[in-house]
Design a protein around this ligand. Structure first.
Ligand code: B12
Length: 210
């Protein structure tokens, strides 16, 4: 196992943050660091499911990820171009779900790639997405969710956007832990992104950027 993955999974907070910082300082791609985090979080989630870890471990894992994300962020921004914005994205974690680490990474990466991103936060009701679309006229909407109950909230959100007559004006991408193509179909979204890099590629494609 990659030492960073091992440190996160073993709940060695100081080691994990130090290792991530060292990797970034050595010029290792910030995306590689995020990949290791993804692998570690999957293992932590697995242990939680097996009853080996409990809520305090999930909280600590979340805390480690937030700290590592904060270290990764300036490295992603360093890659950003100073050109004019490619387009606008409204993003949020859907109603009932408060997981935001994955969404925050997508937000950083969109921002770093030249998008203007309006992040609505967590536990966002469908109507708030509708209002944000009216206020910011984004080309792209991103829905994040890590709980199974988020699938219905995603569907409700897409329906609310449709009911408000705004569906044809936006492309909707969804993502988060257990989301996949089936959920995309269920929710009526345009695409599913397995990670932040895919989210950026989708958004670029939709605004006609390379
Ligand atoms: C950390 C964590 C928490 C932290 C969250 C902290 C935070 N600020 O986000 C805390 C402790 C608060 C938490 C709480 C809970 N959690 Co939790 N949590 C996790 C854990 C371990 C990691 C999630 C995470 O942050 N991963 C790291 C990121 C980086 O993940 P990632 O997938 O790589 O992210 C990428 C993609 O998903 C994608 N992406 C994400 N969003 C989007 C959006 C778009 C548009 C696109 C294109 C892409 C995209 O891009 C990201 C970056 O590349 C997961 C386990 C897991 N395997 O996911 C459980 C997990 C999600 N939690 C779970 C549960 C059950 C809970 C609780 C209900 C526990 C409880 N009993 O209270 C509560 C829920 C509270 C609520 N209402 O939301 C379950 C969900 C099970 C289910 N079937 O619904 C999981 C799967 C654990 C498990 N195996 O049982 N949790």
């Amino acid at each position: 196992m990659n030492p960073l993955v091992e440190a996160i999974v073993d709940m060695r907070e100081t080691d994990a943050v130090r290792m991530a910082t060292e990797m970034l300082d050595q010029g290792i791609s910030p995306l590689k660091v995020l990949d290791a985090c993804h692998e570690a979080m999957a293992a932590v989630g697995q242990r939680f499911e097996e009853g080996v870890y409990f809520l305090p471990e999930l909280l600590l894992a979340g805390e480690m990820l937030s700290q590592i994300s904060d270290k990764v962020k300036p490295h992603l921004q360093a890659q950003a171009s100073a050109e004019k914005k490619l387009g606008r994205v409204v993003i949020g974690t859907v109603k009932g779900d408060i997981h935001d680490i994955g969404k925050n990474i997508v937000t950083f990466l969109l921002d770093a790639n030249g998008f203007e991103v309006q992040d609505l936060g967590v536990d966002v009701p469908p109507q708030k997405f509708v209002e944000a679309i009216r206020d910011y006229s984004p080309q792209v909407v991103g829905l994040s969710g890590f709980l199974t109950l988020a699938f219905d909230a995603m569907k409700e959100t897409v329906e609310a956007i449709r009911a408000a007559g705004l569906r044809d004006g936006v492309k909707i991408m969804i993502g988060g832990g257990q989301v996949n193509e089936k959920i995309q179909e269920y929710a009526g979204a345009d695409a599913y992104g397995r990670d932040a890099v895919t989210g950026v590629s989708l958004a670029k494609k939709w605004v006609g950027a390379k």
